[in-house]
Write a protein that binds this ligand. Sequence first.
Ligand SMILES: Cc1cc2nc3c(=O)[nH]c(=O)nc-3n(C[C@H](O)[C@H](O)[C@H](O)COP(=O)(O)OP(=O)(O)OC[C@H]3O[C@@H](n4cnc5c(N)ncnc54)[C@H](O)[C@@H]3O)c2cc1C
Length: 382
Amino acid sequence: MNFGTSRASAIENLNRFVDQNLFEYSRLRNFDYGPDNRSNISCLSPYITHGVISELEVIKKSLSKFSFFKNEKFIQEVLWRTYWKGWLELRPNVWTDYLNELKKVREEFKDNQNYKDAIEGNTNIECFNEWIKELKETNYLHNHARMWFASIWIFTLDLPWQLGAEFFMKHLYDGDAASNTLGWRWVAGIQTKGKNYLASEWNIKKFTNNRFSNIKLNENAPPKVFEKTYTIIKQDFNNPQNIEDKNLLIFENNLSFEITDFQNNKFKKIYLISNKNENRSLKLSEKVVKFKSLLIEDQEQRLKAKSIDCKVIDINEIKKIENCYALYPTVGENLDYLNLNNIKIDFLYRKLDQYSWQYCNKGFFNFKNYIPKIISLLKVSS
Ligand SMILES: Cc1cc2nc3c(=O)[nH]c(=O)nc-3n(C[C@H](O)[C@H](O)[C@H](O)COP(=O)(O)OP(=O)(O)OC[C@H]3O[C@@H](n4cnc5c(N)ncnc54)[C@H](O)[C@@H]3O)c2cc1C
């Protein structure tokens, strides 16, 4: 597993996965064979999260190999991300509440020995300790391992999910406000109320090819209870009628301007926004900060190679930029920065998000029905 920090690496990984492994994806995707064998899944999330490659690009490439029906599972997985994003966009308070609850539990658990043992990988659960090590070393975990990890954290180690979600964001190269927060809520049983995900010894053994033994877990815990319900905040996500010749801000979620819907619009100058830890509620590890910086630099170089005027600036410098649009940063740290500092900017939304987010009012099983429509509206074909 090699997460090179360029669009070229992302494309190379995408092509290799589609050519060699996509055909077995739906059969093998749930197996976690360990960090040295990740060929059964795409490992594209660190790139898609940062917009280095887009969901549509990935889907298009997969459709160049197989028909929609042969590919349905993979396409559904790719669009889970879009669904989670839309779900959170319609209920942004879930994110703000998460950050507020986190502040409280951080204080409560700052001297808690079980918490300290967990994040150091010193528990008596061997597989969990391995995943802690793997996460810190590779900054990635298989989806199934994320589910087991979160379940053990919440139901066997009895730690608050908010701290686990923070720990993931610190170390994951693909750390994403929507997929991560909602993934943890889902495991805890508060996303789909009353339905928690319980990791079990047989399931871990089977899907890790018996790499672990002695897995004593709490396999019967009830779901966590969270009384608050969130009503949908209706929003338009409309773009301006005429996109004028202004400056453009690009945050860390859209690091391939050349494939965006706005690639043919004229902008005076593009500013690539770097958001270091100083302005984040969830502090990132040094490796994750570096990963983001290198992806931003790669975008800068590609823009310069096309003679597009651009510059990397720190998020604190946004206040000085007048007359600008921004590619929409989505609910998370960058949008929080703009809101907290009362910075008003006209956002430009992706067509994929405009088409998809309207179907995120209910569950994913409902959303899934609209996938063929979304794909055909966006004219994604090989
Ligand atoms: C507790 C928990 C926390 C998570 N935190 C994050 C996170 O911070 N960032 C993140 O990108 N994903 C997160 N996920 C979702 C998922 O685990 C990863 O997207 C996936 O493991 C990435 O590996 P891959 O690219 O090899 O996936 P593949 O199986 O190859 O799937 C292809 C693409 O589909 C999307 N995808 C697949 N599964 C999911 C899913 N369950 N939810 C959303 N998108 C999905 C990803 O963009 C992925 O790159 C989390 C899941 C759980 C259970």
